[in-house]
Design a protein around this ligand. Structure first.
Ligand SMILES: [Zn+2]
Length: 290
């Protein structure tokens, strides 16, 4: 989640339908459901044991619902808000600048209490290392699991790794004909995802069925910096391909996405959800496997 809840709710115009969260709860669930299908049985058992030990009530306790926990937590814990994205300026592509120079944790500092000025590219390896380390407390392992499930999803939403003084597209108003307030970030979080199927389970089953084993193998190569670079390229080559790119300072009329834009966005979003699911499973299999 890249913005304040109130702003998101206002932007998406879904107050009556309940709060909305980045990738949207649907997108995060899809990522978790795909990953679940690719977890090794022994790793699944370890994940289930951690979920069973987690008494937090912000979300239901199942793996797919816990994928949205971090977006709920950051409503009351603003010090974690910047961890969900990296505002990589599209004109310079400077990941390190967008990630505050990749700050290191102080000796003995746990990742869930790390510096507020940090980004998703940095937090993923921090939490993966904690989950791998048998010396990590159970409480921190539970947090590390929930952050990983969420952040590997966030990292694959192209607008979470790109910015043009528009808060990752939150300041680019859209007109989708519904009369509701929409923006470009919200389109990539939820608008494009809901077109992929009727429920998270249906979307996950469909997308997972389309993944070729050789694709899955190729996608697990590399790490968070490579995944971020890929998301950034998709942001510049697809998501930001608009007739005009207003910034937060501009007061502009909402623009309507062209059919060709939407048709280009849909397969990109679908494949990013597939990649996120496969990479989440590979990460958990690596850090929790024996
Ligand atoms: Zn998020």
């Amino acid at each position: 989640m890249k913005t304040k809840l109130a702003a998101v709710v206002a932007a998406l115009g879904v107050l009556a339908a309940g709060p909305a969260f980045a990738w949207g709860e649907v997108g995060h669930k899809v990522v978790a459901l795909i990953a679940w299908k690719h977890l090794d049985p022994a790793v699944k058992a370890k994940v289930e044991a951690l979920l069973a030990a987690d008494k937090d009530i912000l979300t239901p306790p199942d793996f797919a619902s816990r994928a949205s926990w971090a977006d709920r937590w950051d409503q009351e814990h603003k010090e974690t808000a910047k961890w969900h994205f990296a505002d990589v300026e599209i004109t310079d592509g400077d990941l390190a600048k967008a990630c505050y120079g990749f700050p290191k944790l102080a000796p003995g500092q746990i990742a869930s209490a790390g510096p507020a000025d940090d980004c998703v590219i940095d937090k993923i390896p921090e939490f993966a290392a904690e989950l791998h380390d048998p010396a990590t407390t159970e409480a921190e392992r539970i947090l590390a699991l929930k952050y990983l499930v969420h952040f590997i999803g966030d990292m694959h939403q192209p607008m979470h790794i790109a910015d043009h003084e528009d808060r990752g597209g939150n300041c680019i108003p859209l007109d989708d004909g519904s009369g509701q307030k929409r923006n470009l970030h919200g389109f990539w979080d939820t608008g494009v995802v809901k077109d992929l199927g009727p429920t998270p389970e249906a979307i996950a089953d469909k997308l997972d069925g389309e993944i070729k084993p050789e694709d899955a193998e190729a996608w697990t190569k590399g790490g968070p910096v490579d995944w971020a670079t890929e998301s950034f390229r998709l942001a510049t080559s697809v998501a930001y391909k608009l007739p005009s790119l207003p910034t937060c300072k501009d007061q502009v009329a909402p623009q309507r996405l062209s059919m060709s834009y939407i048709q280009a966005a849909r397969p990109v979003a679908a494949q990013q959800l597939q990649k996120a699911g496969i990479r989440l499973a590979a990460t958990l299999n690596a850090v929790l496997g024996s």
